[in-house]
Every structure is written in structure tokens, then in C-alpha cells.
Write a protein that binds this ligand. Sequence first.
Ligand code: PAF
Length: 281
Amino acid sequence: MKICRTTAECRQTIATYRQAGETVGLVPTMGFLHAGHMTLVQSAKARADRVVVTIFVNPTQFGQAADLDSYPRDEARDLDMLRAAGVDLVLIPEVAEIYPEGDETIVETTRMANMLHGLVRPGHFRGVTTVVARLFNIVQPDLACFGEKDYQQLQVISRMTRDLAFPIDVIGVPTVREEDGLAMSSRNVRLTPEDRAAARVLSLSLDQAESWSNTPRTVEGLSAAIAKVINAEPRATLRGLDIVDAETLDEISGPLTTAAAIMISAEFGGILLIDQRVIEP
Ligand code: PAF
């Protein structure tokens, strides 16, 4: 597994793949990898001859310097996991490599970045698209894999890729779940055993929404049914429940007529967890 710290080195290696006629799949990460990241790697491996992973804790997507400083890092462990998964190249750039001295270019999906989660994290999605556009230009992959769990991020990146005509397939990879349905997240280990048990209510509420057969299936009815399941769990505090058009993220109402994304966030003992599901009308 080749480890590169500069753009130049990374491009040189990728050029050798291209000369051999090989396709390249990219998995951008901020490191501190878990099973969810490894399914992104597996998806890229299944679709491309070579897999490139980037590890870069992107400063522009953090609101507060403190969050950036306290972001967990474990490069040696990450590299062991990536080596075991058969990754070909890992790019671990310094901040100045991605944001050169005096840089002034940003990339923003002006509408989608500033709704839903973007309202509580101003500037976050602008930071994500800015870094992903730069990584796309450095690696120039055929495809790139992102988790469906961060649903708004996936839609924002898909929009940016189309708008800027990057010749890259953006692949959404389904969320990996624990046995009881809880979406995998590095935050899960911070839950107390009681909160960990209670947190399964998130995926349960989505299961119920999906199988909810009242007709007509209205957005309001689904929303009330989900809220009822989550609110019945005393350890859960529902923080956000949005049912939006699955592609545009626009708010919808009334009977379901297009695919809808349900995005929920809830706190368990002060730990905020998110989950999502796309349901067909
Ligand atoms: O999902 C993430 O880990 C980050 O937002 C990403 C896509 C690597 C950009 O920094």
C-alpha cells in the first residue's frame, strides 16, 4: 500500500494506474476509521481496479476550532485497517497541501448547503464541497463512495459533481448497522449501556414508517408515527425530524408522490445520533 503525503506524489502513482488502463475509486475520509468506512472501501473495490483513500481532517467543515482540535486521530490504526482491506494508495495531506497559502476559492451548493443540518452547522457543507472538489481534482477518480447515513452530504456532493461536470460517479453506500439495527457511528461507544439499548428506537421508528400502510400515506402521518415511536422511549430526545424530497431535499407535504428521505436526529444522554431512510411512495 502506497502512502503519499503530497499531491505530486499521489498524482505520480495514479498516473501509473492510468497508464496500465486501470480505473480508480476514491473514498474520502477524515480518518479514525470504523466498519462504516470499510464498507465504502469494499464498494469502491468492487467497482474499480484501484482504490485510493484520503485521510484529511478538513478544517473548513468545522464550526469551532475546539471541535477540530478534539477530533480523534489514529493514523497507525487507520493504515493497518486500510492495508488489511487491500487499499492501493492512501493520501494523507498536510493542510497547506489542500489549502495553499493565500487560497481564496470556495465551492458551495448555495441552496442545499444552507438547509436542514446546514442551518445548525453554518458553513459546514461549504467546507465539505470545497474539500471534496479539491480531492476530486487531485485524484481524478472514476467514482467516489460516500455513506448514505450522511444523507444531506451525499446529496450536496452529488449536486456539486453534476453542476461542475466532474466526470465522476458518486456512489451512495447503504448504512452499516449493528445487529439490533442501530446505525454504526464512532459516537455509539460513548453511549451508556442503557442509552445504547434505547437508541435502537431510531431504526425501529424508520422500519415502522416504511411498513406503515395507512392510506393515503401522507408526510404528516408518517412524521407523527415516527415521532410517536421515538417519544415513547423515555431516554430519547427527538431533535430533528425532516421528511424531504429524496433528491432535492425540498420540504414536502401531503400524500407521498415521490421518493422521500426521512432524516432524524435524537439525543441519548447528551449524545446526538442520526439516522435516515429513503422510502418510495
Ligand atoms: O464524511 C466525511 O468524513 C467528510 O465530510 C468528507 C466527505 C471526508 C469530507 O471531509
